[in-house]
Design a protein around this ligand. Structure first.
Ligand SMILES: Nc1ncnc2c1ncn2[C@@H]1O[C@H](COP(=O)(O)OP(=O)(O)O)[C@@H](O)[C@H]1O
Ligand SMILES: [Mg+2]
Length: 222
């Protein structure tokens, strides 16, 4: 079976002052469509870098990233942004909500960027995620767990094929973390998504079908 996501011999380095820090060193990874995968690794091992590369938010120094048969590393910026808006849902560590837009407006913006015209979908999705009474709240007026669920709604708005979640449970107490992860699992089961989530919590990582670790610049199965 052909891989849905393929990372081929990917390297990425950053400059720290005048020193080059090689974060990914010829990393390889294949993910099948519909797989539920967790990724762990020490702080600074390159997990967020890998997520950014998979989302096409960043390009590697060398190697290829292939998404459903198309090399995103060969696309121009516009095609990469389009692919991301339509097919990839991303929830980042820091959250990715626009601070001056309400929960509903944040989801509506994602829908617009994805080219969707379904006016009711934002409210439906937020209600489904248990945020029916937070629709008109600004991000700062919500709890950490609530705003992560809004971020999830933003990520799921355009029916992505791939959901990338980077330490979305990191700042949450364990009950809220479980709830956010439940939403990810629920979306995976119901929508046939492919999911890769990063966590430093081994118990949460163990819930995935497949577990990966990033170590010394390479990805391997645990
Ligand atoms: N945009 C960037 N510019 C410079 N250095 C970066 C950048 N992104 C990440 N790094 C560095 O790369 C290393 C890996 O970072 P990251 O991928 O965020 O690790 P992790 O998510 O596993 O903690 C860190 O040393 C970090 O400082
Ligand atoms: Mg990180």
């Amino acid at each position: 079976m052909t891989a849905f996501i393929r990372v081929e011999d990917v390297s990425k380095a950053f400059l720290e002052g005048s020193l080059e820090r090689r974060v990914l060193r010829g990393a390889d990874l294949e993910i099948r469509r519909g797989e539920m995968t967790s990724l762990v690794g020490a702080s600074g091992s390159g997990k967020s870098t890998l997520i950014s590369l998979l989302a096409g938010l960043m390009l590697p120094d060398s190697g290829r990233v292939v998404f459903d048969g198309d090399a995103i590393t060969d696309m121009d910026d516009v095609s990469r942004a389009e692919l991301r808006a339509r097919r990839v849902g991303i929830v980042l560590q820091s959250g990715n909500l626009i601070p001056f837009l309400t929960a509903t407006q944040n989801v509506e913006l994602a829908l617009e960027l994805g080219g969707q015209r379904d006016g009711a979908r934002a409210v439906e999705l937020l209600t489904e995620l248990g945020l029916g009474d937070r629709l008109d709240h600004l991000p700062r007026r919500m709890s950490g767990g609530e705003s992560q669920r809004v971020s999830m709604a933003v990520a799921l708005a355009n029916h992505p094929d791939l959901l990338l979640a980077d330490e979305v449970t990191g700042q949450l107490d364990s009950a809220s973390a479980e709830r956010v992860l439940d939403i990810i699992f629920d979306a995976w089961r119901r929508r046939g998504l492919t999911v890769l989530f990063v966590t430093h919590n081994p118990e949460l990582a163990a819930r995935a079908e497949r577990r990966l670790v990033l170590d010394r610049g390479e990805v391997r199965d645990l």
